[in-house]
Design a binder for this molecule. Structure first.
Ligand SMILES: [Zn+2]
Ligand SMILES: [Zn+2]
Length: 280
C-alpha cells in the first residue's frame, strides 16, 4: 500500500496516508462483506452461517478497535522503512519500470511472495500458539470464537509487528515490482476477509478436488477460531496438510456447511417459485 504514497511527503504525512489507506482498504473489503452478510442478508442467509449464531455487538467493537490499533502499528512500520531509506541505513530493492526485469521474473516473484507469505504466516502462527507466547501475543485474535470480517486485523500490537515483519524483509532483500506488492496486498485482504467471513463461499465438492483442495477455505479458519489448536494456514491448505494440523473433522464440517447452504438455497428458490406461481 505504501507504494501508492508519493516519494516527497514528510514522515508525518506518510504515517497518516498509510493509516488512511490501510483503513480504507479494511472499510471497503471487510465493510462490504459485513454489510452484505450481516446486515442486508442477515435473516435470509442465516441458514448458511458456519456457526449458527450471530455475533454480539461488543465482539464487533473489540474486532474493530484492535484492527485500528493494528493499522497504527503497520503505518509506523511503513514510516520506519522510509526512515531507513532516507537515512541511507538500508535501501529497498523495489523497481518501478517493468522493463528492469523480465516478465517471467515479474510473474515468478509475484507468485513467490504469495507463497512466501503463506509459509511465513503458518510458522509465525504456530509460534504464537506456543504457550510462552499465546497469552501475551496472540490471545487477542482469539477473543472472537466466531469471527466476523472485522476481525481480519484484530491483533495485539506485538502480533501486528510479527504479522508485518515479512514485508521489510522482502523489500530489502528481493527486487520486486511495486505492483507485485499491490497484488499481494489485494490477495491478502481478500483471503483475510474470507477467512473471517463466518460463511463458506466455495463449492461443495472442492475438498475432493485434487488441485483446489490445497486452497484454504473460510470454514478452515472459522474452525481455527472455534477449536484454537488446529488449522493454522492462511492462503493455502499446504502446511496444515503436510504438518497434519488440519482438524480431523475439517472436511466433514466443510461438507456439512456447504451441503446445508446448497439445500437452503434450493428450498428458498422452491418457496419463491410457489409464491410467484399464478393462482388457478
Ligand atoms: Zn491462532
Ligand atoms: Zn483469524
Amino acid at each position: 500500500m505504501s507504494q501508492l504514497i508519493p516519494e516527497n511527503v514528510s514522515l508525518f504525512v506518510r504515517w497518516w496516508l498509510s493509516f488512511g489507506l490501510l483503513g480504507a482498504r479494511y472499510l471497503i473489503f471487510a465493510g462490504s462483506a459485513y454489510l452484505l452478510y450481516y446486515v442486508i442478508k442477515r435473516q435470509d442467509w442465516l441458514f448458511m452461517k458456519i456457526q449458527q449464531k450471530m455475533p454480539e455487538r461488543s465482539q464487533i467493537m473489540t474486532e474493530v478497535g484492535y484492527s485500528v490499533l493494528t493499522f497504527t502499528v503497520f503505518a509506523s512500520v511503513v514510516v520506519a522503512i522510509r526512515f531507513a531509506v532516507i537515512s541511507h541505513i538500508l535501501d529497498t530493492k523495489i523497481y518501478r519500470n517493468l522493463s528492469d526485469h523480465s516478465l517471467i521474473y515479474y510473474i515468478a516473484t509475484t507468485i513467490f511472495i504469495i507463497i512466501f507469505h503463506d509459509t511465513y504466516f503458518y510458522w509465525a502462527h504456530r509460534l504464537m500458539h506456543h504457550p510462552l507466547l499465546y497469552e501475551r501475543v496472540h490471545k487477542v485474535h482469539h477473543l472472537s470464537k466466531d469471527p466476523t470480517p472485522w476481525a481480519s486485523f484484530s491483533f495485539h500490537p506485538y502480533e501486528a509487528v510479527l504479522e508485518i515483519l515479512f514485508v521489510p524483509f522482502l523489500i530489502f532483500t528481493l527486487p520486486l515490482h511495486f505492483s507485485s506488492l499491490l497484488i499481494l496486498s489485494m490477495w491478502q485482504i481478500i483471503f483475510n476477509v474470507m477467512g473471517h467471513l463466518g460463511y463458506e463461499i466455495f463449492p461443495h465438492r472442492m475438498l475432493q478436488h485434487p488441485l483446489f483442495k490445497w486452497l484454504n477455505t473460510s470454514t478452515n479458519h472459522n474452525m481455527h477460531h472455534k477449536y484454537v489448536t488446529c488449522n493454522y494456514g492462511l492462503y493455502f491448505n499446504f502446511w496444515d496438510r503436510v504438518m497434519n494440523t488440519n482438524h480431523v473433522k475439517y472436511q466433514a464440517t466443510y461438507e456439512e456447511v456447504t451441503a446445508r447452504r446448497n439445500e437452503g438455497f434450493k428450498k428458498q428458490q422452491e418457496q419463491e417459485a410457489q409464491v410467484t406461481e399464478p393462482m388457478l
